[in-house]
Design a protein around this ligand. Structure first.
Ligand code: FMN
Length: 395
């Protein structure tokens, strides 16, 4: 079934669209030496003017570590052609990003390709520290590596290389490999992965499944914890709902968020992928809609919940969380599971602290919350969110 783009005017109002997006679904419708600097107030610009560059104190070169991971030794004898790099960047474009801002730029290098943050796509009101921006870039970095391995290339990744260019996040050296490290057909999962915010089925997510997904992230030295205990789940639910309410009261955040919804450009979130205000499941009841408002809850009882995070709260750790997010999400997609990130409770300082202290017992710093579940069988495929052309992001 083809889903048509919904006319924005048909959606009752910005508040409704906003709530749906915030909830993520609708029930009615690095290294140890890096220091934690989350509490340092970040300089914020006004949203109405051009977004400012990120506060360089948060991204400055002194946090750089030139940390390297190699998937086999890249054979430098056969440098990738322009066509190969274009193909890899084309596939990496499918990575998820906050508000589909796609805040990345790739630059060809003599040995492969470099990943830069595109600070012009930073969200100053909702993401002053650039956490979501760096996580998004990390997801793109993992997508590129995944695509390279499937197409027969080995990668050597240097994260935050020592340089004065604070936008340079990673260097990827590519070398021809004798055998693909991932099956070539696996690249299809990059196109299949999407954020489906429709309500999951009520089937409870088995704990073992969630824990298996968490284990995937170990390679990136992130922490991933499945919240399965009923009391912890309830506490998280309360905090998430408070974050949604706080978000609705913050005009600057709302204006910024709205500016990324229904843009009809090569970025942002089309209305066609946001659930409508009237819940299709309820509409199928014997009676037509009445007046009774049901509680809008950000998390439903059967939802699987995973918190991703790290010991640190800095650019290097966010980048790794993004890579881990991508690895987890691709595996979940392969297994037929739906993943919906919820960054709002982390973006707001008070609710981020509550999650760290009251849900995680202060064991690590949360970076992103994920809702995981099954979509009902027979649901229509979601239209894909748009992506910027390769010519815009490969320089
Ligand atoms: C760091 C990050 C934060 C995100 N936060 C949210 C969120 O709070 N709510 C939501 O519904 N989607 C969230 N998303 C999903 C993005 O909106 C989504 O990836 C983007 O619109 C592209 O769509 P796609 O995932 O379907 O390709 C987030 C994604 C990332 C990478």
């Amino acid at each position: 079934m083809v889903i048509q783009e919904i006319d924005p005017d048909l959606v009752t109002g910005l508040a409704d669209r906003r709530r749906l997006f915030c909830l993520g679904h609708t029930s009615t419708v690095a290294p140890d030496r890096l220091r934690v600097r989350a509490d340092r107030p970040a300089k914020q610009g006004t949203f109405d003017s051009a977004p400012p560059r990120l506060d360089s104190r948060l991204w400055i070169g002194r946090d750089r570590c030139d940390e390297m991971t190699t998937k086999r030794t890249a054979n430098r004898d056969e440098a990738p052609t322009t066509a190969v790099v274009e193909r890899l960047v084309e596939l990496a474009r499918h990575a998820p990003s906050v508000h589909n801002t796609q805040p990345w730029i790739w630059r060809r290098s003599p040995t492969g390709v470099d990943l830069h943050a595109d600070f012009a796509r930073h969200l100053p009101a909702e993401d002053p520290s650039g956490r979501n921006l760096a996580i998004s870039c990390g997801a793109a970095l993992h997508h590129l590596q995944f695509a390279a391995h499937a197409l027969g290339w080995e990668t050597a990744v240097s994260r935050l290389p020592l340089t004065n260019d604070e936008s340079l996040l990673a260097r990827v050296a590519l070398g021809r490999s004798a055998h693909p490290m991932v099956s070539p057909e696996a690249v299809e999962v990059l196109r299949q992965r999407c954020t489906d915010r429709r309500r999951f089925t009520a089937w409870p997510m088995p704990t073992e499944r969630l824990q298996a997904l968490c284990r995937i992230t170990e390679e990136w030295r992130t922490h991933a914890v499945a919240i399965t205990d009923a009391a912890a789940k309830f506490r998280l639910e309360v905090v998430v709902n408070r974050a949604v309410t706080e978000g609705e009261l913050d005009g600057r955040r709302l204006r910024e968020q709205d500016s990324w919804v229904g843009r009809r450009t090569s970025d942002g979130i089309p209305l066609a992928v946001l659930p409508a205000a009237s819940d299709p499941l309820r509409a199928r009841s014997r009676f037509g809609p009445g007046l009774l408002e049901d509680a809008r809850m950000a998390i439903a009882g059967g939802d699987g919940l995973i918190v991703l995070g790290s010991d640190a709260d800095d650019v290097g750790s966010w980048l790794r969380t993004g890579e881990a997010l991508s690895a987890l999400w691709l595996e979940a997609t392969r297994a037929g599971l739906s993943v919906v990130p919820m960054s709002q409770p982390i973006e707001i300082d008070s609710t981020r602290r509550e999650i760290r202290d009251e849900v995680l017992d202060n064991s690590f710093v949360p970076h992103l919350l994920l809702r995981i579940g099954w979509q009902a069988m027979g649901r229509s495929d979601l239209p894909r969110t748009p992506r910027r052309p390769v010519s815009d992001i490969l320089r």
